[in-house]
Ligand binder design. Sequence first.
Ligand code: NAD
Length: 369
Amino acid sequence: MNKKIVILPGDGIGKEVTTEGKSVLIKIAEIFGHEFEFDEAIIGHDAIEATGNPLPDETLTKLKNCDAILFGAVGHPKYDNDPTLKVRPEQGLLKMRKELGLYANLRPIKLFDELLEASSIKPEILKGSDILFFRELTGDVYFGEKGRRDDGNTAYDLMIYQRYEVERIAHKAFQAARTRNKKVTSVDKANVLESSRLWRETVQEVGKQYPDVQLEHLFVDSAAMKLIQNPRSFDVVVTGNLFGDILTDEASQIAGSMGMLASASVGDKVGLYEPIHGSAHDITGKGIANPLASILSAALLLDISFGMKQESELVIKAVEETLKQGYRTTDIADAKTTREKILNTQNMGAQVVSQLAKIASQLSVSANN
Ligand code: NAD
């Protein structure tokens, strides 16, 4: 199969981890006889430095004309510490989501058994957790009217949702639940917010078309608590942009580290795949970033955008096998054991690639398959 993939490294550790995600895609193409054509583009701080624009037109054109995008992260301390700067890296990210019509962000939260001890949550609470988040991406406070009143001392960000925005992501969540444990938890703050009341009303309406799927509603504060108290009680979670942003970071602790969680942003056109973590300036350039979230994002890309289930499962198996053999980056290391072998970013990527080749030869997967 011939496919065109744009690598969008972005800033900070984005560059380090996408290099490893790309090498996994190259290996998969080699094993299965696919032709993946790669291109690269700039976004975020690097793009501002080069062009003054966090999402240059040239980047957008490349993104609109490819089959899938593997993205790293954007962000730079310069902007984090100076809220007065008008041109900011995240604007590139928000504009990209809007321009590409990426309205649903899927975040699978699944704990590899080998990492049970790496989480700060007790293993007996975590074991068996498997949650699929659907975070809405194009509405909410991120895109509502924002500004400051004349006195400069009052600021506002409008939380806004339209019915069609809730409908389309609710359908995606119910459809996904049908292929899993048939339960959708919709998270809102309908006791206080009008936009949440529209959200709840709409999800209930959509839910009537999926009578085989159980629907529950939780307020975001209660959902935040239950996620840690009893993560196994969740199957598919659907929520708005802001609540989803916060809850999925919280849920990353179920998977052991931010460095383990992949995500897919999908809409009607091209799909974008990225780790849920940011550009992590505290560890940039140290070679210790965990590349597994980017590698697992590549697995999602193969599955969702290219329909390559076997290829995607092979990547996940290779990650699992790498962990089983005790290889860890520092973020997922268990200080209590000496059995683990600590690797840097590049060597962790190389381990996964070598596992891919090994498992493929054991399964006799080949280009003729
Ligand atoms: P972050 O996700 O970058 O980092 C949070 C913590 O997790 C840090 O201690 C970091 O070292 C650690 N971490 C993250 N990814 C890791 C990995 N792969 N391996 C090992 N450890 C990892 O979040 P932050 O510190 O709040 O933000 C840093 C910058 O990233 C900011 O500029 C922010 O705006 C940006 N950001 C971008 C995105 C994105 O591009 N999608 C998302 C979140 C934050």
